[in-house]
Structure formats: structure tokens, C-alpha cells
Write a protein that binds this ligand. Structure first.
Ligand SMILES: [Zn+2]
Length: 324
């Protein structure tokens, strides 16, 4: 449900010129690696829910897909797009996290015979009543675009803080949870030889991360791991791919700085005896004082107080644990 909040307040205009088929956004990123790119806005009937990115990697023995888009129909379109590039079968489909815009296409890939891989948290997500309420809410918006969409669990689970290494057609994919970040069950997919990272919703280009799951402290670990991996390409769940080392380091460090600035400021405010209402009202001014560049970030003034709300509770718990 926390995801709804932020989606509702991101209202980037797109001028009604939406892709009619996922294949219209197809881009070759490098040899054997392709992506399709949804619009960066909230789910609407007009955009058919195509608001996230998905990627596929062709190997000698078949295709690996990363993220499955937000409806069964979009999943089918992604499969058609892949079939237009290669005749090889889709063998594996990895979901970076069980949020609707990344896994609702899952049934299409199961029907195509792919083995679905996701974090163990997927099981919990699918069994929660709130997830089904969210599904009903999506149905009201997407109407016939959501037809055929079902919430299904993966075939292979990634365990807490663990991972698996998948070898297929001379390519290696390390699929693991590097931290608790955007959700309790994020996985990233790392191709060590090509130095390509499929990052899910951990780092974006020019956008704020959404901290609604309350794992901001651990999120920093993920960002440090990305810097250590030193990828050549980072392919995110939304927005533009990051295709130079310099851009990646810049965006990862910027995301890290934002989360750290937010955490430090909230901690200081709590220590000064400020309550949640005060913090939400003053957090934008406080951060822009630290770094005026924050004011230039799209939807900063809307998303930052929402992030502050969740980080407030997280820091309160940290202070209790520290015995203050
Ligand atoms: Zn997402």
C-alpha cells in the first residue's frame, strides 16, 4: 500500500502519446542485452500500466528476462518483443521485487515455460490481504488492460540475504539480495563478466528513491555494494539506464547522500524533541538548506515528506534500540 502513496503523487505529464506495444520502446543496450522502457508516471488507463522497465539477455541456451511488467497483457507483449529479436526460448524470468509493476506479468512467462525466480518475500506478498485489495484497486483503473493478470508465486526462491548463481549458455547471472532496501525482498541481478547490473528500484537516474518500506539504513549497504561492484551499466526498474561508470558513480553517491542527509536531519530533529508533524512540515526546507540542488529534483517536494514519514519511525526504533 505504501507504493500507492508515491505513485499517486508522481504526476509527470506524458502528453497522451503512449506506446501501443511494448516493442515500440525496445532498445539494444549491448550485445545480447535489451530493454523495454515504460513511462515514468503513475498507473493509468491510458498508459495501460506500462510504467516500468524490463530487460532480457540472450544466451546460447535461451533467454533470461529481468522483470515482467505490470499486467498479463504487457507480459505477452514483452514475450512477442523477445520473439522478434531471437528464436531462443525464454528459460528464466527474474523478478527484482514483488511490486505490481514488476511481477504482474508473471503468468505470461509461466505459460511460456520459463522458470520464475524471486525473493522468498514474494510468498508473503501474495498471501497478504492488502495485496489482493491492491489488485482490486488496480482493476478499477486498468479495466480490460488487467484481464488475465494473476498474482502467482515464483518457482525458485532467493533466501534472505542469500543468492544463487545461474549459468546459462556461457553467461553468468548472480541473483541475490544485497540488502533490505525498497522492499523486504529486493534482488539485483549481476553479470560479473559483462559488469552489467539490473538494479530494480534501488537506484534511479535523477529521481528520489522511495523509502516507504522503512529500510533506509540497510539501503545504504546496497549502494555501497554497487560502488564496490563498479558496474559498466546499471539498468534500473524505472527511468533511463545508466550507461557510463561516471554516471553510475554519480547517481549512486547522490542517492546515498540523499538517504544519509534525510536520516541525519530526522535524527537531529527527533533529538531536539520535534514531533512527526513538525518533521514532515519542515523536512523540505531543512534538506534544501543542506543542499540547494535537492530543489531541482523532479517531485522532490512531494516525495521527500513521504520518505520522511517512514524514516521517522525507522529512526525512532533505532533510538529505542540504542537505549535512548
Ligand atoms: Zn517499481
Amino acid at each position: 500500500m505504501k507504493a500507492i502513496l508515491v505513485l499517486l503523487i508522481i504526476t509527470t505529464a506524458f502528453g497522451g502519446n503512449y506506446p501501443k506495444h511494448v516493442s515500440q520502446t525496445l532498445k539494444k543496450i549491448m550485445k545480447d542485452v535489451y530493454g523495454v522502457f515504460g513511462v515514468y508516471e503513475q498507473v493509468s488507463y491510458e498508459n495501460r500500466g506500462f510504467i516500468s522497465n524490463a530487460y532480457f539477455v540472450i544466451t546460447d541456451e535461451g533467454v533470461v528476462v529481468i522483470d515482467l511488467l505490470s499486467t498479463y497483457k504487457l507480459g505477452k507483449e514483452l514475450l512477442q518483443t523477445i520473439a522478434g529479436v531471437t528464436k531462443k526460448p525464454v528459460k528464466f524470468a527474474v523478478v527484482t521485487h514483488y511490486h505490481t509493476d514488476h511481477f504482474y506479468g508473471v503468468r505470461a512467462f509461466k505459460e511460456a515455460g520459463a522458470t520464475i525466480i524471486a525473493h522468498k518475500w514474494a510468498e508473503e506478498y501474495v498471501s497478504k490481504e492488502s495485496s489482493w485489495n491492491f489488485y482490486e484497486a488496480r482493476k478499477k483503473i486498468l479495466k480490460e488492460h488487467l484481464e488475465g493478470t494473476t498474482m502467482e508465486t515464483p518457482h525458485i526462491y532467493i533466501e534472505e540475504d542469500e543468492g544463487i548463481t545461474l549459468e546459462l549458455g556461457k553467461k553468468t547471472f548472480v541473483i541475490r539480495q544485497f540488502c533490505k532496501g525498497h522492499t523486504a525482498g529486493d534482488v539485483m541481478v549481476w553479470m560479473p563478466e559483462e559488469k552489467v547490473l539490473f538494479g530494480g528500484d534501488i537506484v534511479f537516474d535523477g529521481r528520489l528513491p522511495f523509502l516507504g518500506s522503512g529500510f533506509s539504513k540497510s539501503w545504504l549497504k546496497c549502494l555501497d555494494r554497487i560502488l564496490e561492484m563498479d558496474p559498466l551499466f546499471v539498468l534500473p526498474g524505472h527511468g533511463k539506464p545508466m550507461l557510463t561508470r561516471e554516471r553510475i558513480r554519480n547517481r549512486v553517491k547522490w542517492t546515498r547522500k540523499y538517504i544519509s542527509d534525510l536520516r541525519k536531519t530526522i535524527r537531529k530533529m527527533i533529538e531536539e524533541g520535534r514531533d512527526l508533524d513538525y518533521i514532515r512540515e519542515n523536512i523540505n526546507t531543512a534538506l534544501v538548506e543542506i543542499d540547494p540542488m535537492y530543489a531541482q529534483v523532479p517531485v522532490f517536494f512531494d516525495v521527500n515528506p513521504v520518505n520522511a514519514y517512514y524514516v521517522y519511525f525507522e529512526i525512532e526504533n533505532e533510538l529505542i534500540e540504542e537505549g535512548q
